[in-house]
Design a protein around this ligand. Structure first.
Ligand code: GDP
Ligand code: MG
Length: 492
């Protein structure tokens, strides 16, 4: 039997809910409801009977309503699927330090029984809590994830193909473009989760002495497979498991005419991963642990594969043959097709036997460092192909031009490195080939530093960074997934 002893005296400031037996489903729904829907409490502050009946009757319908809690939540850290009312809270009292999954320095995660009128839970020591956590891995989950649809995107490529630079420049550009051109607010879901990205953005766009050349390696640290910024450790069954750190963004209508032009609600969460290229190298043996780190690949609706032509000697040869000016560049070379095939193999393994699961997956092969090889493909406009239609309406993606350019890029790759095209075509049914330049300029070899130290260092003047086409892949993905971005001449 369930007893709900509502206390007249403490209501609405301190609402206590306790249960005789183990919680059943209805009780848990009620708890979730209380935690997420404090406005109901405010609506009926004096009529306790009305509150109680309103809570009990509307819990189920609210949990099933798309405008309220999602029916099912997916943890962006461990991809565990759970029901909203199973979410844990993160304690705040100093005595409650130590969590079985996260170690002795992390606050305890718990299932609450007491909430206040704001809908926030009290921890077992009576302190109001603010943050939620996944019931499986216990890592922090922003509330938006319980309320809005989530689109997952993965970025992959060989080490030094430019993933971190691309991510930083893409986020920086989207923060401006989305509000100015589409009336959509593109912001961090919770700044704590995007710290690594902020560091990159600050280094590239906000640092001091921006007219003075700075070493690239100081601006963007190499993504290490073990770095705390990109991975987090969780103990499952006494075993340490490394999970990738997601970057989360909220997209919601901003203000003004443009924001009002959206016919459907564009609100959603974007979940992005910057993975260390090494995770996909064939010598990183495909055991279940390495599969864990890259599980997000199977979740991703769109995969952005950064193909770096400068890592391919055949591209350099073509540039020499066509008289395209070559600058001294970092010399790494990797079998990029193998990384793409490896990622495809992992996805198929994670998809299991269900051949339809990956049917709608899109692959965008992004030909990185366009600034270096632009002489090979002339006539592409500097701005991504977006056409203004009417005053007060967002621009439409010009799919005719995008498809035309994609076909041109595919032809170029077929000529130079056909194995990338065949790996891409076997990865997804829909593939786009697009040029991008995160920096818009080519970092310069520091001859003096080389003469002094023997180290090959590349410098850039931060003020000259001018990203090209970096926002287009995400805008196309959003056009496909959210319907908030119009297109003309076909769909994405
Ligand atoms: N020319 C050029 N070089 C770039 C660009 N983006 C990155 N790079 C270079 O590639 C190196 C590796 O970039 P990074 O983003 O750290 O690669 P990641 O290992 O894939 O994350 C940087 O230090 C830059 O020298 C770009 O847009 N143009
Ligand atoms: Mg990186």
């Amino acid at each position: 039997m369930t007893r709900l002893p509502w206390s007249n005296t403490s209501f609405p400031l301190n609402l206590k809910v306790t249960f005789d037996n183990n919680r059943n489903r209805q009780d848990q729904k009620l708890l979730a409801f209380l935690s997420m829907y404090p406005y109901i409490l405010r609506k009926h502050p004096l009529n306790l009977a009305a509150v109680r009946s309103s809570l009990l009757s509307s819990t189920a319908s609210i949990l099933n309503s798309p405008s309220a809690l999602l029916k099912e939540v997916v943890c962006p850290h461990c991809w565990h699927h759970f029901l909203p009312f199973q979410v844990l809270w993160i304690s705040r009292h100093d005595d409650l330090l130590g969590d079985p999954r996260l170690g002795r320095n992390e606050p305890l995660r718990f299932l609450p029984t007491t909430f206040n009128s704001k809908g926030n839970a009290y921890d077992p020591k009576g302190i109001e809590c603010l943050d939620l956590a996944c019931p499986h891995c216990h890592l922090f989950i922003p509330r938006s994830l319980l309320l809005y649809p989530v689109s997952y995107y993965a970025i992959l490529g060989t080490p030094a193909s430019g993933k971190s630079c691309f991510l930083a420049c893409m986020a920086w550009t989207l923060r401006k473009t989305m509000i100015m051109r589409f009336g959509l607010d593109f912001g961090d879901t919770d700044p704590r989760l995007n710290k690594a990205l902020h560091d990159y953005e600050n280094a590239l766009f906000l640092g001091h002495n921006r007219d003075i050349p700075a070493a690239m390696k100081d601006l963007i640290a190499k993504t290490q497979t073990t770095a705390h910024d990109v991975h987090q450790n969780v103990f499952f069954e006494g075993q340490n498991t490394r999970l990738p750190r997601p970057m989360l963004f909220d997209i919601k209508p901003g203000t003004g005419l443009l924001a009002k032009s959206h016919k459907t609600d564009p609100t959603r969460v974007i979940c992005l991963y910057d993975s260390a290229g090494e995770s996909f190298m064939p010598d990183n043996k495909l055991d279940d642990k390495s599969l864990d780190v890259t599980k997000y690949l199977a979740k991703a609706a769109t995969v952005f594969f950064l193909y770096d032509p400068m890592q391919d000697g055949r591209f350099i040869d073509l540039m020499k043959k066509q008289g395209v000016a070559l600058q001294e560049a970092p010399t790494t070379s990797n079998r990029q097709d193998i990384v793409l095939r490896e990622a495809g193999a992992r996805i198929r393994r994670l998809d299991g036997a269900d051949p339809f699961k990956g049917k709608n997956r899109v692959l965008m092969v992004l030909l990185a460092k366009w600034d270096c090889w632009q002489g090979l493909m002339k006539g592409i406009p500097d701005a991504p192909p977006m056409v203004d239609t009417q005053v007060g309406e967002p621009p439409a993606l010009d799919m005719k031009i995008i498809n035309h350019i994609s076909q041109g890029m595919e032809r170029l790759l077929l000529k130079v490195c056909p194995e990338i095209v065949s790996a891409a075509r076997s990865f997804a049914q829909t593939v786009y080939f697009l040029p991008v330049s995160a920096l818009g300029i080519t970092p310069e070899f520091d001859k003096n530093h080389f003469a002094d130290t023997g180290e090959r260092r590349f410098n850039i003047v931060p003020n000259k960074i001018q990203p090209k086409w970096v926002e287009l892949p995400m805008i196309m993905a959003l056009a496909r997934d959210s319907g908030a971005i119009p297109t003309m001449g076909g769909k994405v």
